[in-house]
Design a protein around this ligand. Sequence first.
Ligand SMILES: C[S@@+](CC[C@H](N)C(=O)[O-])C[C@H]1O[C@@H](n2cnc3c(N)ncnc32)[C@H](O)[C@@H]1O
Length: 387
Amino acid sequence: MRLDYLTIFPDYLAPLQLSLPGKAVASGLLDVHVHDLRRWTHDRHRTVDDTPYGGGAGMVLKPEPFGEALDELLGDGAEGVTVVVTTPSGEPFTQELARELATRDRLVFACGRYEGIDQRVLDHARTTAEVREVSIGDYVLNGGEVAALAITEAVVRLLPGFMGNAQSLVEESHEGGLLEHPVYTKPASWRGHEVPPVLLSGDHGAIARWRRDQAVRRTVERRPDLLPASAVTGDWTIERAVRADAAEILTLQLACWVREAIANDDLSIPPLHEDLETVTASLADWDTSVVRVGGRLVGSVRGRLDGDVWDIGRLMVAPDLRGRGLGRLLLEHVQAAAPAGAATYRLFTGKDSADNLRMYKKAGFRVREVLDGRSGPAVLTKRISGR
Ligand SMILES: C[S@@+](CC[C@H](N)C(=O)[O-])C[C@H]1O[C@@H](n2cnc3c(N)ncnc32)[C@H](O)[C@@H]1O
């Protein structure tokens, strides 16, 4: 892959010769060219900036030097070339975009400074090449060089042959839609902190389950926005329920448990008979979470510790959003919320609630017993891995 950088501070990009990109340059995998934008100026002061039209603070990078530089670098044929313009108002840089850029033959980075680059540079470049305006985060840097370095590093490590062990790419944060589980190395005990015993067990199935649980737990705690990529569309939040949510929870509960009552031919099931006071009071006893999409309450679940058992209940999803993974998301969320003292998850569902039973079994729950009653209920449990 060929990489070009247009900057007024070429020295800023010296780290490109270090570490892994440096090795890739030496081995010929990468062909790196850093260009001083002032090479394309023609006045005595090698001017690259000017005051903004319309007034305002700061300076703007002039179109002519960038325009001439891109003419020279892109030439006539810009097939397979992407011009990456670093800007805080660009599309967010993600692992997905890194994967996409890694498929290109050549990337030309335009590093901004001051108030940015004259917009016409981008508009004109779009007539010959693909142009992506990219932001590395919701904060403002002084210049685009650091952003270009970050993008470069994320892209080139995806190039075939760049990483010694390609498997390590697969296991990373953001690759499976989850953050990575915590990692440990020797010694097993360090300053009173122990490596989780399951990692020393040699039981590969248990280790895989523990890692998956940890990844889900971390993602739920730190980046819940990553979880439901397939579950819901639009702006959504998952938050701890407050008293003001009680009326909506009750409404959703009634809608959901009518279905359960029909499936189990049992109108006596408790969730159908609760009133607003009961639901409001339950919020003090249970750790309840609610999912909202565009402000609307579309899902809920709750958990409560009973000895060393984490009781899970009232998992509900709005009827029009069923089948999109939202129930699974809520189940993962409530499991991840189990406190340190919990050793087992437990939940109840109607013995004839086929969809629920299928989802719970898929998530590793097993039916322990079916209680006496028209609808059962069935009691399902699951051991919390690593505990
Ligand atoms: C001070 S910033 C310009 C900010 C600009 N006035 C704005 O508010 O969008 C100067 C340059 O730093 C780079 N830059 C700053 N923050 C960035 C970010 N979050 N991602 C990518 N590039 C960034 C861009 O190249 C930008 O042109």
